[in-house]
Write a protein that binds this ligand. Structure first.
Ligand SMILES: [Zn+2]
Length: 457
């Protein structure tokens, strides 16, 4: 489950080298705001935490993780000590472990800061800690729980401001954006967002909907209160509370009385709703958008059809297209290494000769013990300041966009399998994730290794 990467040595790391007692070094300026009931109690929590010899360790881990662009920190406590991992751009990196005493002391500080019970090392505990660091507001979410080998604690680092906000941020090439907007701004049709679980579908949903034209048409979103859908500008939310016995059908029916242009359905909920939606699209010229977990755009449509069998014919008639994505890491623009691809490699990638002169690969410095010359003398290898020697900086995505015309529709009807539909889709201009990924490699956005990693997982 965790990356094989060696620790990245870009700055003073907390953990093994971290001071066990109150540190002499200047601690990073970080402001914790424990969620205590009053300002006085909050002050009390901070004073008691600062008095702990491991307060400095807790501060340094959190500051170092944020500086490393980690969005999660995982602590695994066992009899031997405390293993520390950061998740950076979706990959887990091993950090130097802590000894038991340091790790346990730090955990006590963390639990106090999150207003939890430090003595309880078995039950599941959750807490939230607003934090200010480097002029940015962060919210840290903490979970801990006893596991057979000891205890596991996870800190999720959240900012209110998402890093990726546009299709360009997400790495969608311009031509594909135009095609996507044509499909998503159509009418009398349904469009499908899809992606495998854990591969950025919620991000695509947010950015993709925000890129649709919500100012000309009115957008309405129907969802279960328990679904935790993001708030978006110019999209009216219509929630139902399934826990209280409310149904999506009742909310949808009263919404339809208002003659909405576009219906955003994070889930189709039932075949009855799917059929009603199709009827509304065809008879009332409405537009609908839904989403589903799937590994490809074709698979997404197949899954919708299989889930709502008796409405499948209608769904296929109204569906105009589907998009699917994979998240991948962007090559670090400061240290990526150009290389001349051999004609054989270009041929293998399907890139016509003369089209691309250089491709790029990440520069990953050897681990410290290998940074020596033939005589064993240490050699200085500068570590990239931007990416800290990871070779990658930030994330983007590759997309496949399936546009469904009558020919593709017939293929779905005749033989509803990916293998049978793919050649027909390709004849109609469809590029697979693999082909889109090679375009992303050719522009230097990512590396061949990264593309292979993402597509083989
Ligand atoms: Zn770099």
């Amino acid at each position: 489950m965790f990356g094989k990467k060696k620790p990245v040595n870009n700055a003073a790391q907390p953990g093994a080298q971290a001071p066990k007692s109150a540190p002499q070094v200047q601690l990073p300026q970080i402001e914790f705001k424990p969620a205590a009931p009053s300002a006085q109690l909050q002050q009390g929590v901070l004073i008691s935490c600062r008095a702990s010899p491991q307060y400095g360790v807790a501060v340094m881990v959190i500051a170092h993780a944020i500086n490393s662009r980690a969005d999660q920190i995982l602590f695994d406590f066992s009899a031997q000590g405390c293993a520390v991992r950061y998740r950076v751009d979706g990959l887990w990196e091993r950090m130097p472990p802590m000894d038991r005493e340091t790790g346990d002391g730090m955990l006590v500080v963390l639990k106090r800061l999150f207003i939890l019970n430090p003595a309880d090392r078995r039950s599941k505990q959750r807490g939230k800690l607003p934090t200010r660091f480097k002029s940015v507001d962060w919210v840290l979410h903490f979970t801990s729980e006893g596991i057979p080998s000891g205890e596991r604690a996870l800190v999720v680092i959240d900012t209110k401001k998402p890093v990726l906000n546009t299709l360009t941020d997400l790495g969608m090439r311009e031509k594909l954006q135009e095609k996507y907007k044509e499909l998503v701004n159509g009418n009398k049709a349904m469009f499908v967002f899809s992606g495998p679980a854990g591969h950025g579908l919620p991000t695509l949903w947010r950015i993709g909907l925000e890129s649709a034209d919500r100012f000309v048409r009115d957008f309405h979103c129907v969802f279960d209160e328990a679904m935790d859908e993001p708030e978006m500008i110019n999209i009216a939310n219509h929630k139902f509370n399934s826990a209280a016995g409310e149904t999506p059908m009742s909310v949808l029916k009263s919404l339809l009385l208002k003659q909405p242009d576009a219906l955003i359905m994070p889930d189709l909920f039932s075949t009855e709703i799917a059929q009603l939606l199709c009827d509304e699209i065809q008879k009332e010229n409405r537009y609908a958008i839904t989403r589903i977990n799937a590994n490809s755009a074709i698979e997404a449509i197949l899954r919708l059809l299989a889930t709502h069998r008796s409405a499948a014919k209608s769904i296929l008639e109204v569906t105009c297209g589907a998009i699917n994505l994979r998240l991948l890491r962007r090559l670090c623009p400061d240290c990526r290494q150009p290389f001349q691809p051999t004609p054989q490699l270009l041929q293998k990638l399907g890139i016509p000769p003369g089209r691309v002169n250089v491709l790029f690969q990440p520069f990953i410095p050897p681990p410290p013990e290998q940074r020596v010359d033939a005589n064993g003398k240490p050699i200085e290898i500068p570590i990239c300041r931007k990416c800290g020697g990871r070779g990658y900086f930030g994330r983007a995505a590759i997309f496949e966009l399936l546009s469904i015309n009558d020919e593709v529709r017939r293929a779905f009807l005749q033989n509803p399998t990916v293998d049978a539909i793919l050649p027909v889709a390709r004849q109609n201009g469809f590029l697979t994730l693999q082909e889109e990924g090679i375009l992303a490699v050719a522009t230097g956005m990512t590396s061949l290794q990264e593309l292979q990693r993402v597509l083989s997982s």
